[in-house]
Design a protein around this ligand. Structure first.
Ligand SMILES: [Zn+2]
Length: 469
């Protein structure tokens, strides 16, 4: 297998530290807001990596963190604090808010057929590990203290710029936890390991005792602490969004390597590119911040969105439109329809030498695509070629289900979604008629749908179609 390593900026042969075992750490969500389709793209990407490695015979241990400690205060004057805002709005504690968004995140993950990582670890449950790691870093002389916080001194760490390729000295003050600048900070790139519950953080809701006083950890340290705890000092693959290249991941490297003295902390860094919506960055103010609920409201099957993601290579920027989602949905239903047709004709026939070779070739091409830095668009092209080929139905089905171990499109699952396109179109037209209060037409279309053997049920967000028994 080959994969692109952000650290070397090269596509490299994949050689895990301890084959066939592979340690995989993925930066997880912050749970004080809704996860949106940009996040889903990253997590589907992580899932594809894990499924591919497993398919290729590696024994993967997959760990993901949940950032449930934010930089949050009870003081409304301290600004827009999402967790606090959420807590007030719903009259809940920050802990409840974290739990609410964590549940939301995992429900969306399930809808996208994303496997749960082997270990999902919450920052708030690992404060002891975090403190121990900071102590190690401190003992080795990489830290300094101000009135507000304990900092990591990046000038003491060799190669801080390796991953980002940025010159640290030119780095602007754009660190997430420091909208207000601590004037005693020595270098703009220095980052917080431990915040003290003082000054502007006086009323911070989540806080713990530590050798540096009552307070809470900086954002970056949890990933170093938890990856070390569950995967050891050095790991094979670490993933995240491209937005982590300039800051979060260099900080993780600095923390981990300064503590252990072992290099490299991560052998292969994999970064997922951004998702734009209508060629714009997603934001609530632009009203293009879409969650799983919006996908459902638009009557798009989440697995059609998964297919849509697979159509763009993970290192390319991707532009989401509802139109592209609908065409992915058409392709998705077509695939499901193929499966149900193939299932009805799946009698085994003896294979000629030529057909056996053809089947083998499809499999080789598929594996070659996924093993080449996770080229899923190419892998999907192989799927469509294979469907259109003249190999017997039973063998097509075998290959489809085999490939689906990586694609994760639920091709062998219940037939609920294998509704013919005609019926779907009729249902869409009926919904339109209903919204226009043209009940005569709506009734007529319902009868037509029923003549295809389907029942249509009106729901809050549109309709549901069920096959009649
Ligand atoms: Zn992280």
């Amino acid at each position: 297998m080959k994969l692109y390593n952000t650290l070397s900026r090269l596509t490299e042969d994949f050689r895990p530290l301890n084959p066939p075992y592979v340690t995989l750490y993925c930066c997880g969500p912050t749970v004080y807001d809704f996860s949106h389709i940009g996040h889903y793209r990253t997590y589907v990407g992580n899932d594809v990596i894990r499924k591919t490695l497993t398919y290729l015979g590696y024994k993967v241990k997959h760990v993901m963190n949940i950032t449930d400690v934010g930089h949050l205060s009870d003081d409304a004057d301290a600004g827009e604090d999402k967790m606090e805002k959420g807590a007030k709005k719903y009259k809940k504690t920050v802990w409840d808010v974290a739990e609410f968004y964590t549940d939301f995140f995992f429900k969306a993950n399930d809808a996208f057929n994303i496997n749960r990582p082997d270990i999902v670890c919450k920052a708030t449950k690992h404060i002891g590990d975090i403190i121990n790691l900071i102590k190690k870093i401190e003992k080795k002389g990489f830290t300094y203290m101000t009135d507000e916080a304990l900092y990591f001194d990046v000038t003491k760490f060799d190669g801080y710029d390796r991953l980002s390729g940025q010159n640290t000295d030119e780095k602007k003050q754009a660190v997430r936890e420091e909208v207000v600048v601590d004037k005693n900070k020595k270098h703009p790139a220095d980052f917080v390991l431990w915040f003290k519950r003082t000054g502007r953080f006086k009323n911070h809701t989540m806080h713990w005792d530590s050798p540096w006083g009552d307070g809470f950890p900086g954002w970056h340290i949890e990933c170093s602490a938890m990856s070390m705890k569950y995967l050891g000092d050095q790991i094979d693959i670490h993933t995240g969004g491209v937005d982590h290249i300039p800051l979060h991941h260099p900080n993780e490297i600095a923390q981990s390597e300064s503590a252990t003295g072992k290099h490299p902390f991560v052998k292969y860094w994999v970064h997922h590119n951004f998702l734009l919506v209508d060629n714009q960055k997603m934001s609530k103010s632009l009203n293009n911040f879409f969650t799983i609920e919006d996908i459902k409201k638009n009557r798009i099957h989440p697995l059609a969105i998964r297919l849509l993601f697979l159509q763009t290579h993970y290192r390319k920027e991707m532009n989401f439109t509802w139109e592209s989602a609908r065409s992915a949905q058409e392709a998705y239903y077509r695939l499901k329809e193929y499966v149900s047709v193939l299932k009805n004709q799946s009698e085994r026939v003896n294979l000629s030498q030529e057909k056996m070779e053809k089947i083998e070739k499809f499999k080789q091409n598929f594996v070659a695509a996924v093993s080449s830095d996770f080229q899923l668009p190419q892998a999907l092209a192989v799927v469509w070629q294979m469907i259109k080929s003249n190999i017997p139905s039973a063998d097509k089905l075998d290959l489809l289900f085999d490939f689906d171990n990586i694609l994760g499109l639920g091709l062998n699952e219940l037939e609920t979604y294998t509704i013919p396109q005609t019926v779907n179109q009729l249902a869409e037209r009926r919904l339109k008629a209903r919204l226009e209060k043209d009940f005569g037409k709506s009734d007529e279309l319902r009868k037509k749908i029923e003549s295809f053997g389907y029942t249509i049920i009106d729901t809050e967000n549109g309709f549901d179609l069920k096959k009649r028994n």
